[in-house]
Design a protein around this ligand. Structure first.
Ligand code: SP5
Ligand code: ZN
Length: 360
């Protein structure tokens, strides 16, 4: 780490001390409940890699800012998340040993404007898949994670003397969560919260670059009609890859947000050369947008060994991704998203941060 010594302002890394309170048991897959891919061990591997290779100063977050949460998510959705577990256990004390998973959804031919009293019907109203269990500690973990994202954003926006980069090292992830729905292992959209916090701290234009394997449908949806936050995502082609129903190249924003979204879907099997050409396209678009601050939705499920994804990036490639992001020379907030090759998640995340610092 000789090369990092000359950085007087270290990266600040806000880690979620409550992340392990969210530990789902099962996700639905092809007619079976299979063990969750999104596990507490993922983050433990990043923390232990950062102990071996200190790239920043570890901090814990303050209290979550409810007013900021309500700028991204609806009060009705936040209230549902806050009371879901107690309502579930009130139905039957035996539920305390079971995760909440949906079994019924309102498709477009059914009504979304009514909130049925039935608990399962409410669950279905607020999610879009059966892979994202709510557990006893989900709301606590998600709130502390949101606080990490907000505090990381405020740290880089604090003006002269603030570090160029900060990270929200948290789980559950966030980029699939929309204004009033959860899914894809995500409950609160940490990357969107970071972007909003940067806006509120004075950055007139902010960009979110989503490098997770999966399209950032929640983030796209939240900012789709806004001109002030540009969103771009590089991801597996949704014709074959989750989340399937969004993430196509013709989605370019709407109304005031027209032109404010860029999707770069790539076929399963894509390697680093093609992937990094797409990253250059995304970064050029960020520059054209005139962003004054950057949020990186940092999933490392683009890794060749990822069990649920199909790109073939290798661990050294993540150093080059960090360097490419640093070349924008913007205040930057990294927000942890996916990555399920559990043992390698730590090395791959730390490589992005190291590549960024060495190039900064
Ligand atoms: C944040 C993030 O990366 N979310 C990804 C959500 C993907 N959910 C669907 C995954 C389906 C894969 N199931 C494979 C299980 C068999 N081993
Ligand atoms: Zn992902």
């Amino acid at each position: 780490m000789e090369s990092l010594r000359h950085f007087s302002l270290p990266m600040l890394i806000f880690h979620n001390p409550e992340h392990s309170l969210h530990a789902g048991r099962h996700e639905m897959f092809r007619g079976r409940l299979v063990p969750c891919h999104e596990t507490p061990a993922r983050l433990d591997h990043v923390l232990s890699e950062l102990q071996r290779r200190p790239l920043g100063e570890l901090r814990t977050p303050g209290a979550p800012d409810r007013a900021l949460l309500e700028r991204i998510h609806t009060p009705r959705y936040l209230d549902f998340l806050a009371r879901a577990w107690q309502d579930w256990v009130a139905l039957d004390p035996a539920h305390a040993e079971l995760d909440i998973l949906p079994s019924v959804w309102p498709n477009p031919a059914l009504r979304h404007d009514v909130a049925p009293l039935n608990f399962s019907a409410q669950v279905g109203l607020f999610t879009f898949d059966a892979g994202s269990p709510i557990t006893a500690g989900t709301w606590s973990a998600a709130q502390a994670g949101a606080a990490c994202a907000i505090d990381a954003a405020r740290a880089v926006a604090a003006g002269s003397g603030s570090p160029r980069a900060a990270m929200a090292l948290t789980r559950p992830p966030g980029h699939h969560a929309g204004a009033d729905f959860y899914g894809g292992y995500c409950f609160l959209n940490n990357s969107a919260l970071a972007a909003q916090a940067l806006r509120d701290a004075g950055a007139a234009r902010v960009a979110v670059v989503d490098v997770d394997y999966h399209h950032g449908n929640g983030t796209q949806n939240i900012f789709y009609e806004r001109a002030d936050v540009f969103t771009t995502s590089i991801h597996g082609d949704p014709r074959t890859e989750y989340p399937f129903y969004l993430g196509y190249a013709d989605e370019r924003g709407h109304g005031a947000g027209e032109g404010g979204n860029l999707n770069l879907p790539l076929p399963a099997g894509t390697g680093f050369d093609t992937w990094s050409a797409a990253l250059q396209q995304a970064l050029a678009a960020v520059q054209r947008h005139g962003a004054q601050a950057l949020v990186v939705a940092l999933g490392v499920d683009t890794f060749e060994g990822d069990p649920i994804s199909r790109f073939t990036l290798g661990s050294p490639d993540y150093l080059r991704i960090g360097a490419a992001l640093a070349a924008l020379r913007l205040p930057t907030v990294f927000v942890m998203e996916g990555g399920y090759a559990v043992a390698e998640v730590g090395v791959n995340v730390a490589n992005v941060l190291q590549g960024f610092l060495e190039a900064a």
